[in-house]
Design a binder for this molecule. Structure first.
Ligand code: LLP
Length: 414
């Protein structure tokens, strides 16, 4: 459930009129709803209820400082994948002791930064990383808390680019090496083995792959216990899907209940790394129709937003709902909604039934996750503004880039 809805044919974000926001802040524009972010975070947190747990929001989904700050105020933890994300979390008031550091390629500088601020856990992805981290921690006179990311080899049944738990993927340590690598981790002097983690993919709409992964991981945890390696937490990763186009992903309640049942009486703290489930439907992307165009038998609505602003449709053929900001009774036609970027792959949606004319505003739903964060300056387009609404208030949480910012840091030859 989110807080974007029509009031008398006009789209509202909480109590703010979206057309008015577009008028004040310009387009293209990302609009986030604080109440929706909070609702989704609480849905996760309440789902695990009494069981010891930590919700570590996956910062990569939407790393705007205001988004992180809203979640930090709720007591959220954070899942990061870079030193940049760690710096953002700290800047936004996040607690380093609730940070887990994922990612297949951590640099020495990033390991040092994370050790200095005292994060909760490193999610280590290989034997080589384990040895490196032990060296870095030793040099700094610290003990690094670690979890090992194990690749459970399950098919998440999602888009191949965002499926991560098959053994041919680059992620994690193979299950048949897990016992050996854990034994090594336990023997290294500057590491403290805390947990086990996995992340099998994103936008999962079924419980089964999560449960298959869980069974394999619990079998490993039981084996390790019999070898004297005590695991304190199990980080189940992120990946719970959202509704873009009629999908019916499990509610966090059903998801958590199923995991807790599988967990049985094991006294393991559970860590969750949801990104999309918290942020996707807490954001929309608003774009204005520049003109309409017909080529042979196709109709195009050319809009001011493009693939550089929102790349999911182009990159993954992702379908996101596109709705009018002002509903009308005019006749609808099938349009491809395309941007000004010079690529055929530059579209936000294809074959969408809409009643539009030049100057109208369209909202691309479910754009709060993997939207702005994946944007670029391609075609020398300044990155767009981000606004967060909170009831009837709106705050610019990132200014629209200026033309001068396009070449910030660039230099002519002497
Ligand atoms: N944890 C790890 C280790 C991850 O790699 C990811 C996402 C997450 C958590 C959060 O997953 P979520 O709950 O958001 O599904 N750009 C793509 C999605 C890439 C996901 C990468 N990893 C998209 O727009 O669909």
């Amino acid at each position: 459930m989110d807080y974007f809805s029509y009031q008398d044919d006009a789209l509202f974000a909480e109590d703010c009129d979206v057309a008015q926001l577009a008028k004040v802040h310009g387009t293209p524009l990302y609009i986030y709803s604080r109440a929706t972010l909070e609702r989704h975070w609480h849905a996760f947190n309440n789902a695990v209820a009494e069981h010891p747990h930590l919700i570590c929001y996956a910062v990569k989904a939407n790393s705007n400082l205001a988004v992180l700050n809203v979640l930090a105020r709720l007591g959220s933890g954070f899942d990061i994948v870079s030193g940049g994300e760690l710096s953002r979390v700290l800047k936004a008031g996040g607690d380093p002791q609730k940070v887990v550091f994922s990612g297949v390629g951590k640099t020495i500088a990033e390991m040092e930064q994370a050790l200095q601020v005292g994060i909760y856990c490193f999610n280590v992805e290989s034997s080589a990383e384990l040895e490196q981290l032990n060296d870095v921690a030793g040099r700094l006179g610290k003990v690094a808390p670690v979890s090992l990311r194990i690749n459970p080899d399950v098919d998440a049944g999602t888009h191949p680019y965002i499926s991560t738990g098959l053994k041919e993927n680059k992620f994690g340590i193979a299950m048949d090496e897990a016992d050996t690598v854990f034994a090594r981790a336990a023997a290294l002097p500057h590491l403290h083995v805390k947990g086990v983690d996995c992340h099998i993919g994103s936008q999962l709409t079924e419980l089964k792959p999560f449960l298959d992964a869980m069974d394999r991981m619990l079998a490993l945890i039981d084996r390790l216990a019999s070898q004297g390696i005590v695991i304190e937490h199990f980080d189940v990763g992120g990946g719970l899907g959202v509704t873009y186009n009629g999908e019916t992903p499990p509610h966090p309640d059903a998801y958590a209940a199923a995991l807790l049942e599988r967990l049985g009486g094991r006294p393991l703290k559970l860590i969750f790394e949801p990104g999309r489930a918290i942020a996707a439907n807490a954001g929309i992307f608003v774009t204005q129709v520049l003109s309409l165009k017909e080529n042979s038998d196709k109709r195009f609505a050319i809009v001011d937003g493009a693939m550089n602003d929102l790349i999911r449709p182009s990159l993954y053929s992702a379908w996101q709902n596109i709705i009018p900001v002002q509903q009308t009774d005019a006749a609808t036609y099938a349009y491809d909604i395309v941007g000004p970027v010079c690529e055929t792959g530059d579209f936000l949606g294809k074959d969408r039934q809409l009643a539009v004319k030049a100057g109208d505003l369209l909202a691309v739903r479910s754009s709060g996750a993997y939207g702005f964060v994946m944007s670029s300056n391609y075609n020398s387009r300044p990155r767009v503004a981000e606004v967060m609404v909170d009831g009837d208030k709106d705050v610019v949480v990132r200014q629209r880039e200026t033309i001068e910012q396009l070449w910030q840091g660039e230099h002519l030859l002497p």
